[in-house]
Design a protein around this ligand. Sequence first.
Ligand code: DP6
Length: 346
Amino acid sequence: MTYSSSWRSPSNIALVKYWGKHGLQLPRNPSLSFTLSACHTDMKVMVSPEADSAGLQVFYEGQPMPSFEAKIKTFFSHLADRFPWLAFAAVEIDSVNTFPHAAGIASSASAMSALALCLKDIDDQIKGIADEPNHAWWSEVSDIARLGSGSASRSVFPHAAMWGHTPAVPESSDLFAIPCGQHIAPFYKSFRDSILIVSSKEKSVSSTQGHAFMDELPYAATRYAEAHRNIALLGECMKTEDQVAQFISIVESEALQLHALMMAGAQPFILMEPGTIAIIKVLWQFREKTGLPVCITLDAGPNVHMLYPEKHEGEIRQWIDDSLVQYCASGQVIHDQVGAGPVKNP
Ligand code: DP6
């Protein structure tokens, strides 16, 4: 008997950054992200429990990808209690990303959330459960995704999600993300994210190295306190569209803090490129001149996420084309937007 499941799951972009972890994929601070749409992974998983030969085969864009297997095997080892059939199954994973693999965009959030969805769905099939997914089901998927990649826990919910316990949000948890879409104004759900690809090289610092770096950093405790403070402030200001100046201030401070932290260690990293700084400066001048609500955020890399509401899409896209594409590798810009979360493929 072979079971199969296929899901499309999106990437996400953090507004308050997860940077620092402990134990089995537990965050040092709460984080909050927009769920994206165009940047997603399509994945199909096929499982034959009790196959003659148990094993894992991973394909990406139809090609065998043995280099992905170690990370997935580690992930499976964390799921041994939850999915005992995994130890005796032949598993095949096929996936494609809509965004270029080498664009420096984190693919772990979309890929690991898609994998979590497929595995949970297959587990339901094996157990003969045909119920519609409810709140507990999605929390469990988020918990599973977290074990694959922390940020993946947030990709399973529409519009916006937060992960990590903070006293300001009693239902928040270190184990799984919670949906936040119901608490944010429609203005924020309309947000665009134009991703300016300054460099399409592989990241110079892996997330694993980056999180470990925080353990040695004298500023770490202050940073974690700052994340708690920022998440409470951001949650409040995103309830309406009236406090967009505060939204911009928090989001840009979070992005630059992430990079400042990496520059402040005993063996520092500079993850920005000259083009990253140039774009930020051009944006600050443009915002000063036009008063438009547009801001940047950054991942742990040089590419710039330009965030702005739908109602200013025309003029901001024109300005990106006229003034910013020159800083992008091969003129590459990916236009994404806040999205509705994962969907099950037919
Ligand atoms: C800078 O989720 O990639 O994008 O849990 O080790 O897989 P692992 O880390 P990962 O870290 C993401 C870091 C970040 C900020 C964020 O998405 O919150």
